[in-house]
Design a protein around this ligand. Structure first.
Ligand SMILES: [Zn+2]
Length: 123
């Protein structure tokens, strides 16, 4: 799979997930000592445990609503087009760190996002 393919695969995966999930925006709402919820004005989305981590998880889930996913998908598609036009931007660098060129940095960061989405892995 080429780097552009990786970017487009991740963009498509996120687009499908975002368009099939409950419409956003999502909001975190605490429910006292029973945990934290994420919902819309018309739908329940998720519940997390009653802890500070649970609150942080609910905040995170709400921040990453489907509208954000749609924008991430668009960003990855744009990066794929950039790679089509300038394939040298994907060349490996020493220690896998991008150079100081902003275009190179954007492409490498976008590829890191795409690979995390495509593999479902976390650092
Ligand atoms: Zn570079």
């Amino acid at each position: 799979m080429t780097p552009a393919d990786e970017l487009r695969t991740a963009a498509e995966k996120i687009r499908i997930l975002a368009t099939t999930a409950t419409d956003g925006p999502w909001h975190q709402s605490g429910i006292g000592d029973q945990g934290w919820t994420v919902d819309t004005p018309h739908a329940f989305v998720a519940e997390t445990e009653d802890s500070e981590k649970g609150r942080a998880d609910a905040d995170w889930i709400a921040a990453m609503h489907p509208g954000v996913g749609d924008k991430i998908s668009g960003l990855l598609e744009a990066a794929a087009g950039f790679v089509d036009d300038y394939p040298d931007l994907t060349r490996p660098h020493i220690d896998d760190e991008p150079c100081s060129d902003h275009a190179c940095h954007i492409v490498h960061a976008s590829l890191a996002v795409a690979r995390a989405i495509n593999t479902g892995s976390q650092p």
